[in-house]
Design a protein around this ligand. Structure first.
Ligand code: RB5
Length: 149
C-alpha cells in the first residue's frame, strides 16, 4: 500500500502523530482525515471519512485509532466495501490481509503502546492477500453485504 487514509478520535491523537512519523519513514503517503488535536470529539466521523476515502479509491487502505479500536472499526465496517480489523498484535494483522483482504486496520491507543502499534502496522502493510481458497470466502462476505432482505 502506497497511500493510506488515516483517522482517529481525541484518544488516539497522540499515537496517530507517532504512527504518521513511522509511515513517513516508510515512504507512505497519508491522507489525514483527522482529528487534529486532543479536543474531545466522536470517532464515527473519522471512521466515516477514512472508509469513504478507501471506498472511493482515494487511498489504498485506511488506518484508524480510538481508545480501543472497537468503535472506530465497527463504524468503518458499516460501509460497503470495507473490511476493517481491530488488532492488538501483529499476527492477526498479517493474517487479516493474507486471508481476509482487510482494507482498514484499527487499534486502540489505550490497548497498545507505540512499539507494538508500529509492529502491527508493519505486519499489516507488508502482508498481501493470498487469494486462492480465501477468495471465495471474501466474495461470500461481499455477497452478504449486497443482499437485499
Ligand atoms: C472515547 O472515550 C472512547 O470511547 C473511544 O475512543 C473508543 O474507545 C470507542 O470505541
Amino acid at each position: 500500500m502506497k497511500k493510506i487514509a488515516f483517522g482517529c478520535d481525541h484518544v488516539g491523537f497522540i499515537l496517530k502523530e507517532e504512527i504518521l512519523t513511522h509511515l513517513a519513514q516508510r515512504g507512505i503517503e497519508v491522507l489525514d482525515k483527522g482529528t487534529w488535536s486532543g479536543e474531545r470529539t466522536d470517532y464515527p466521523r473519522y471512521a466515516s471519512a477514512v472508509a469513504q476515502a478507501v471506498v472511493a479509491g482515494e487511498a489504498d487502505g485506511g488506518i484508524l485509532i480510538c481508545g480501543t479500536g472497537v468503535g472506530i472499526s465497527i463504524t468503518a465496517n458499516k460501509f460497503a466495501g470495507i473490511r476493517a480489523v481491530v488488532c492488538s498484535e501483529p499476527y492477526s494483522a498479517q493474517l487479516s490481509r493474507q486471508h481476509n483482504d482487510t482494507n482498514v486496520l484499527a487499534f486502540g491507543s489505550r490497548v497498545v503502546g507505540l512499539e507494538l502499534a508500529k509492529m502491527i502496522v508493519d505486519a499489516w502493510l507488508d502482508a498481501k492477500f493470498e487469494g486462492g481458497r480465501h477468495l471465495a470466502r471474501v466474495e461470500a462476505i461481499k455477497a452478504i453485504e449486497m443482499r437485499d432482505d
